[in-house]
Design a protein around this ligand. Structure first.
Ligand SMILES: [Zn+2]
Length: 387
């Protein structure tokens, strides 16, 4: 009897110790802020709550960076970290905000769209909590977030998520997924409010093109591509053909299915005048049959299991011993951003955006991402924001 009690006490103590250690790690991760430098082209920094007050003071509020040209032209909104486990998106946004200078038109960037998701993790899948990017001034540590907002911020989940306003039945978890809660509503769950605020931004700022930046599994057909509805299809197709011929990388086009609701590439187009695009980079880390989910896999995309699957023709992207380095993925995204602007100007000359400073595919592959990140200790404090 006494023996059993002893074992119970030891077990309880062990569980308590593990809970405390894990709790401290998760608390620190949630509160770790990544500095972002407002580059030479940033003319204004606002908040998403400027467009819908309801999210002010909540963890859902997030920074909005404006790069405005002297001359009037088109406007593009770039949304990153809708899914913060797709780290290529945030890195692309950082490179744009810290380097882009707009001469004509406007470029608006939200680097951390689902801020709650960016401070969440998927413990059961053993995600790393952080990852490091080498820069000429040392390594910079970023948080790795999750696909969904934290239940700490939006709870409880329904049994089934009934999409607003279409009424389509979606997975219960998608109520915390800001790529299922578009176009949102002001009195819905917090993530619907986030999308509602962004819709208000798109409508009030007359955004011509909205780009939602992602990454996706190599075993999933919608990867390494631009997803576009009919209204954006011509520009997406021309962009895909042009980057292939001029810059040498494949980036195919997928049509946005009209029957799948809640997605940015569907609802933004249906509920505003903006042309939506969603870009997916290959993301081997998210594939299920891989080795350990390490920072190395996250950054290099190199995995022996995926390599053998690729030899059997089961991947939807080219794949060899080199994997899919993060530089290639981020470089494709920056080049696609620039080409989308070019193609928009070709089709609608009054919507031209003239921008310099954003590195292209070749530059990022050659120099690395860190080369385009600014050392926060070298700039005035007023230029530093936190994501
Ligand atoms: Zn995604």
């Amino acid at each position: 009897m006494i023996e059993t009690r002893k074992i119970k006490i030891i077990m309880l103590t062990l569980v308590a110790i593990i809970t405390v250690i894990a709790g401290i790690q998760l608390y620190q991760h949630r509160h770790y802020d990544v500095p972002i430098v407002a580059g030479p082209g940033v003319t204004k920094v606002g908040k998403l709550s400027d467009y819908y007050e309801g999210i002010k003071g909540t963890i859902a509020d997030t920074n909005v960076f404006f790069m405005e040209g002297e001359e009037e032209g088109g406007s593009m909104l770039v949304i990153a970290n809708t899914h913060s486990n797709e780290i290529v998106a945030g890195l692309t946004a950082f490179m744009i905000v810290e380097n882009a200078v707009v001469e004509k038109g406007r470029l608006i960037v939200i680097p951390q769209f689902n801020n709650s998701g960016g401070r969440n993790t998927r413990a059961g899948d053993g995600y790393p909590l952080y990852f490091d990017i080498d820069t000429p001034w040392g390594s910079k540590t970023f948080r790795m977030g999750n696909r969904d907002a934290s239940p700490l911020d939006q709870w409880p989940d329904p049994d089934v998520y009934v999409h607003y306003p279409e009424g389509q039945l979606l997975s219960y978890m998608d109520v915390r997924n800001t790529n299922r809660t578009w176009p949102g509503r002001s009195d819905g769950p917090l993530m619907e409010q986030v999308c509602y605020a962004a819709m208000e931004l798109i409508r009030n700022e007359n955004i011509d093109a909205t780009l939602d930046v992602h990454g996706a599994e190599t075993l999933f057909p919608v990867t390494n591509c631009i997803v576009a509805p009919d209204k954006s299809m011509r520009i997406a197709t021309m962009t895909s053909l042009t980057v292939k011929s001029k810059e040498g990388f494949d980036f195919h086009v997928e049509p946005s299915p009209s029957g799948m609701r809640g997605l940015s590439h569907r609802e933004i187009g249906d509920y505003s005048d903006s042309m939506p695009f969603l870009v997916e980079a290959p993301l081997p880390f998210l594939d299920q049959p891989t080795g350990p989910k390490t920072m190395d896999l996250l950054l290099t995309g190199r995995d022996p299991f995926l390599l053998s699957l690729s030899k059997k023709g089961m991947l939807f992207v080219p794949y060899d011993e080199e994997g899919w380095p993060i530089e290639r993925r981020a470089g494709q995204h920056t080049s696609v951003v620039l080409e989308l602007m070019n193609q928009m100007a070709r089709q609608y000359p009054e919507k031209e955006i003239v921008v310099s400073g954003i590195p292209k595919y070749k530059d990022v592959v050659e120099n690395g991402i860190g080369y385009y990140l600014t050392d926060p200790s070298t700039v005035d404090e007023s230029r530093i924001y936190y994501e």
